[in-house]
Write a protein that binds this ligand. Structure first.
Ligand code: HEM
Length: 138
């Protein structure tokens, strides 16, 4: 229909828009996690655990929604890849929660929590981009 601008594919297009918006937020969360890790890698105190913790929550929520919308759009994700990404993102979240609590109590030796969270987030970035069956097909 010319007047309303809503054609037969409008629903699919709207879903695509929702999906791309989720990808946008997912990429922003990734940028926060990996960015604060790479720029703060040599830190010995004042780790940005709170920002990383919320970014990890964003990754888990947008990631799960992306899986759902992928099924809805008949664009099913690789379950093994998603399973690994989910476990790693959960580990990132746990490491930031523990690090944040310990930092709030004034404890020291927090670098392993920061490096675990940042390192696993970086591994997830590599998996997100390079774990692609088409890329490795003989
Ligand atoms: C630290 C955690 C995470 C990072 C750094 C990350 C990173 C990324 C990146 C960079 C992309 C874009 C890749 C590309 O389009 O080539 C992506 C896409 C995606 N991620 Fe994540 N991710 C994380 C966690 C998760 C989790 C927990 C899930 C699901 C439970 C998930 C599900 C997805 C899905 C389904 C897509 C594909 C979107 C599409 O079809 O375009 N991610 N992720």
């Amino acid at each position: 229909m010319l007047t309303s601008g809503i054609g037969p594919d409008a629903k699919g297009t709207q879903m695509e828009l929702v999906k791309e918006s989720l990808v946008l937020i997912h990429l922003a969360g990734m940028a926060v996690l990996v960015g604060v890790f790479l720029t703060g890698m040599k830190k010995k105190s004042d780790y940005p655990f709170t920002a990383m913790m919320w970014a990890a929550v964003v990754q888990l929520v947008t990631g799960i929604l992306l899986v759902g919308i992928g099924y809805a759009l008949d664009d099913e994700p690789d379950n093994a890849k998603i399973g690994v990404k989910f476990l790693l993102a959960t580990a990132v979240l746990v490491a930031t929660i523990i690090g944040r609590q310990r930092q709030a109590k004034g404890e020291s030796k927090l670098q392993p929590f920061f490096h675990t969270a940042g390192g696993l987030a970086t591994v997830n970035l590599v998996i997100a981009v390079l774990w692609n069956a088409e890329l490795w097909a003989a």
